[in-house]
Structure formats: structure tokens, C-alpha cells
Design a protein around this ligand. Structure first.
Ligand SMILES: [Zn+2]
Ligand SMILES: [Zn+2]
Length: 249
């Protein structure tokens, strides 16, 4: 079994927005950054000794602009097919994110006003339409695409046979990567409970590291402790919500 190397591709800042290069028997890219970053990703791959024309696949983790923004352009530059989940086809086909963004906290409420999150990206049609767990052996890496819905309905992660989980926005670093190693919610989740269930399901598979869209790699033990606290927080919030409904408030 060949080992799959995980190489972060900084799209914005040092790790504010990441794409990833997965090097197995063949190279695969996960995520395509914000609009206008295809050349950055292309050149970064080349610097790692990979001929971008050899790229076997580009996996898009979900229908947010900072992940699929340059998908169409990167596809044109490299010729590699694009993979995306059927439940995020709307954003992929229109180039528009499903609105509104649902903030997970103050950071998200602030960010939702950022004009850059509401621009239209170039639309694309996935060449590989993901509908369930998808083996990537045919694309030259020992890994699977795992549906991890919640952040968006069509969110996916890539899990290598070595245990590296390339997780998109399933979890993030505090303050969009400013506090390395500290797990936190990304600014938005369409469905926080469903996302947390997806995250816990992935942790149950005992990954050895989580490689995320915003921030540096996370230690699964630390994410597990954070996920337990987050579950308690969401349960309490829901219980409070039910109390309000009962009292008619
Ligand atoms: Zn996202
Ligand atoms: Zn993101």
C-alpha cells in the first residue's frame, strides 16, 4: 500500500484558506480556493514537482465560495476532472452560495456582512457526482470520499487509508486559523447538529490528523474533547429553545 502525503496549499494567508495536494500513486487536489486562486494552486503543485497536467482529480469539499471559487478555472488549467456531492449541486451549477449564511457565533455574524462571501463564482458541472462513500483508488490514491453533511448538505471529507482526514469546514481553528491547533466552529454551519454528528462519525474512524480548510492540522484527541463540549452546548441550547416554546415566549 502506498503512503499518501498530505501537503497544504495556502490560498490566502499562511493558513487562513487552504487547499490540499494529496500525493499517492497519482496527485489529487482537495478544494479550489476563492475565485482567482487557480494559478496559485497550479503553481504550488508544480513547485512540489507535480506536473499539473498529471492531476488525477480535484475534489470540492462543499458549496462555499472559498472552496469551489476557482474550481472551473483549475479544471481548465489542469484538465483534471472535478468531483462534488450531489446535495451541493445548486451552488456548483449557479456559482452562488446557498443563502443566507447561518452564523455559528459573533465571528460568523460579522463575516456574513463581508461582500466577498456573496460574489458569484464561475459555475461548474462535477465530472464525478458524489452520492455516497466513494473509493478513490481509480484516481491513484488509497483514500475515500466520505459524505460529512451539516456544514452544507453536500459537504464531504477525504479519508486516506493512512488515517489522514482532509475535512474541509467540518471543524476549523479558532478565529479562522489565527489560533493554530485549537478546534472551533467555522463561522457558518447550515445545520450545526448534523455537522457535529458527521464530525463525531469521522472521529470514530480514528483518524490520525484532521487537515482543515481554515487553520493548521488538528490533533483528533483535542477535537474529540472539543466535540464533547460542543455537543453539550448544542443540547443545552436546544433544551432552552424547547422551554421557550412551552412557555409561549
Ligand atoms: Zn464552508
Ligand atoms: Zn470555508
Amino acid at each position: 500500500m502506498s503512503r499518501t502525503k498530505i501537503i497544504p496549499i495556502p490560498v490566502l494567508g499562511r493558513h487562513a484558506v487552504n487547499a490540499y495536494l494529496l500525493l499517492g500513486r497519482r496527485p489529487v487536489v482537495v478544494d479550489a480556493g476563492t475565485p482567482g486562486s487557480a494559478r496559485t494552486i497550479h503553481d504550488h503543485i508544480a513547485r512540489h514537482g507535480v506536473d499539473p497536467a498529471d492531476l488525477a482529480l480535484i475534489v470540492i469539499t462543499h458549496g462555499h465560495i472559498d472552496h469551489f471559487g476557482s474550481a472551473a478555472e483549475l479544471h481548465r488549467l489542469t484538465g483534471a476532472p472535478l468531483a462534488g456531492h450531489v446535495a451541493d449541486l445548486g451552488p456548483y451549477r449557479t456559482g452562488r452560495v446557498r443563502e443566507p449564511y447561518l452564523p455559528t457565533g459573533p465571528m460568523g455574524r460579522l463575516m456574513a456582512r463581508n461582500r466577498k462571501l456573496h460574489v458569484q463564482a464561475e459555475a461548474f458541472e462535477p465530472d464525478v457526482l458524489v452520492k455516497g462513500e466513494t473509493d478513490l483508488a481509480d484516481f491513484g490514491i488509497e483514500a475515500r470520499i466520505m459524505p460529512t453533511p451539516g456544514h452544507t448538505a453536500g459537504s464531504v471529507s477525504v479519508l486516506t487509508d493512512d488515517g489522514d482526514l482532509v475535512a474541509g469546514d467540518l471543524v476549523a481553528n479558532s478565529f479562522m486559523g489565527l489560533i493554530p491547533g485549537k478546534p472551533a466552529n467555522p463561522p457558518f454551519h447550515d445545520d450545526p447538529r448534523r455537522n457535529l454528528a458527521s464530525l463525531r462519525a469521522m472521529l470514530d474512524l480514528n483518524p490520525r490528523a484532521l487537515h482543515i480548510g481554515h487553520g493548521t492540522a488538528l490533533d483528533p484527541e483535542r477535537v474529540r474533547r472539543w466535540a464533547t463540549r460542543e455537543q453539550i452546548r448544542l443540547d443545552r441550547r436546544e433544551a432552552r429553545g424547547r422551554l421557550h416554546v412551552r412557555s409561549g415566549g
